[in-house]
Design a protein around this ligand. Structure first.
Ligand code: BES
Ligand code: MN
Ligand code: MN
Length: 464
């Protein structure tokens, strides 16, 4: 890729400015108060794709938020890369913990980012990472070096379960046909330890509602004599893990793919500093399933977490009350071979079984998806590995990720193609958290590395 370094140096300021403009749009998909902003964001992406050199760009309306599609087909005989990303972001709350407003991006330095990092909701997840691909395309088109056909598909509902995209993919298999899918929506180990994500966990997300008495009660008049939904719910939740921190839902582990000792040894080779990990989180000890390391617990093993729990009186002072209802939102991260619908079912049946007679229980499934793995002998992985070797001077470490991008398993099923996950974020980017940020260096390194992926993917395809 001739001149990528020069191109970056000459355009760095503009690349940052353009991203900053996109980050100002509060495209929060979860909250309907922002719906016009989400729609405005889709238009901004359309314009950006057009300016970067797509020949054909369209906004595809759905029942939810639009999907932005763009393509540049240079030769039908050449391989086609489909880039996926999302333009929606997580809600920014709690707002008071942000050091600068979430939709007023600022570049600030910190220890990990001597070149500065852009602080804004969506900077790393996923506007910044998605936009690296737009700018990489711009570079390849303007310098006349685009090696492959390219299709872009950028959605606005990833953070709320990709419902519309599921239908869109199923109905547009021909339009979306490709040889490889490329996504930057994950992380890497460290700036000097490039890595490629070779797996994503699946997900089952449910909400539970426990109802006790038909109204709130005086906790003195009734306390001790009726089931308190909050007491009950917390007991039920506590019983979901045993003393070894294994999940107690019957059948939960039945289909879990167990890794061979060799595969586990490979995972153990990824650089990891437990002390630094604990320090970064201000915790004295890690916690998780007996018999597995931290890196295994958060990638190749399933997990169950309460994401929110509420009920009763939480205002100022004290109110003596037994609330009529208690609620929790619970997520289960799944691994290959676990089926998310089956797990949702197992959870619901188990939770109903353990609920005492004194309460009524309602379980509402939200969304979910299957886990995904990418074998490292796949041509897509090999092309990525060569790209990292070129720009980082060393091959990437393959790393199974703990997060979920449920649509990736669906791509495999419907489009029959594998996905390469070239993430440039860091775990410390605080995605979904206050003060989310994305390193300026990471952003530029991504734009530098992506064009090589195209080059090597074409070369590998031509050789065989
Ligand atoms: N980009 C993340 C997923 C991710 C981040 C995977 C870092 C691996 C490393 C994505 O936007 C996300 O947040 N996914 C959700 C699931 C979705 C269905 C809401 C998640 O993992 O919680
Ligand atoms: Mn994301
Ligand atoms: Mn996310």
């Amino acid at each position: 890729m001739n001149n990528i370094k020069n191109y970056l140096a000459q355009n760095k300021a503009r690349f940052l400015d353009e991203l900053i403009e996109l980050l100002k749009i509060p495209s929060v998909s979860a909250d309907s108060a922002y719906s016009q902003d989400v729609i405005n964001m889709s238009t901004a992406i359309k314009t950006a794709l057009k300016e970067a050199g797509c020949d054909h760009v369209e906004i595809c309306e759905t029942e939810g938020y639009p999907i932005v599609y763009g393509e540049k087909i240079i030769d039908p005989n050449l391989p086609t890369v489909l880039v996926y990303g999302h333009y929606d972001v997580q809600p920014p709350d709690p707002l008071d913990l942000w050091h600068s407003p979430p939709f007023e991006p600022v570049i600030k330095e910190n220890g990990l980012h001597p070149e500065g990092a852009i602080f804004a909701r969506g900077s790393s997840d996923d506007k910044g990472q998605m936009y690296m691909h737009v700018k990489a395309l711009e570079f390849m088109v303007r310098t006349d070096q685009l090696p492959c056909n390219v299709k872009f598909m950028i959605e606005g509902e990833e953070e709320v379960g990709s419902n519309s995209l599921t239908t869109f993919v199923t109905e547009n298999r021909e339009k979306l046909s490709n040889d490889i899918i490329l996504i930057s929506d994950t992380g890497m180990i460290a700036p000097d330890v490039p890595s490629v994500t070779t797996g994503l966990r699946g997900l089952s997300y449910v909400e539970v509602e426990v109802t006790g008495p038909n109204r709130d009660l005086h906790s003195g008049l009734y306390g001790g004599a009726v089931a308190n939904p909050i007491n009950i719910l917390t007991q039920m939740i506590a019983s979901l893990h045993d003393e070894d921190n294994r999940i107690t839902i019957p059948g939960f582990y039945d289909k879990v793919a167990e890794l061979s000792p060799t595969e586990r040894t490979e995972i153990g080779k990824a650089p990891f500093d437990l002390e630094a990990y604990k320090d970064a989180l201000d915790i004295e000890a890690v916690h998780g399933e007996e018999g597995f390391t931290t890196n295994e617990r958060n990638s190749i093993r399933p997990s169950l977490d309460v994401n929110g729990i509420w009920g009763g009186y939480i205002g100022e002072g004290a109110k003596t009350v037994i609330a009529s209802k208690a609620y929790a939102k619970i997520s289960m991260r799944l691994v290959p071979h676990q089926d998310w619908k089956e797990i949702t079912d197992l959870f619901s049946r188990h939770f109903e079984r353990i609920a005492p007679k004194g309460v009524k229980l309602k379980v509402t499934p939200h969304h979910g998806g299957q886990a995904y793995v990418m074998p490292i002998d796949h041509m897509g992985y090999r092309a990525a590995a060569k790209a990292y070797e070129t720009t980082f001077g060393k091959p990437p470490v393959p790393q199974r990720g703990g997060g979920s991008i449920p649509i990736v398993a669906l791509f495999e099923k419907e489009l029959k193609s594998k996905t390469v996950l070239m993430g440039f974020g860091l775990d410390s980017d605080a995605i979904h958290s206050p003060n989310e940020h994305f390193g300026v260096w990471n952003y530029l390194k991504g734009i530098e590395t992506i064009p090589y992926f195209y080059q090597y993917f074409r070369e590998l395809n031509t050789v065989t």
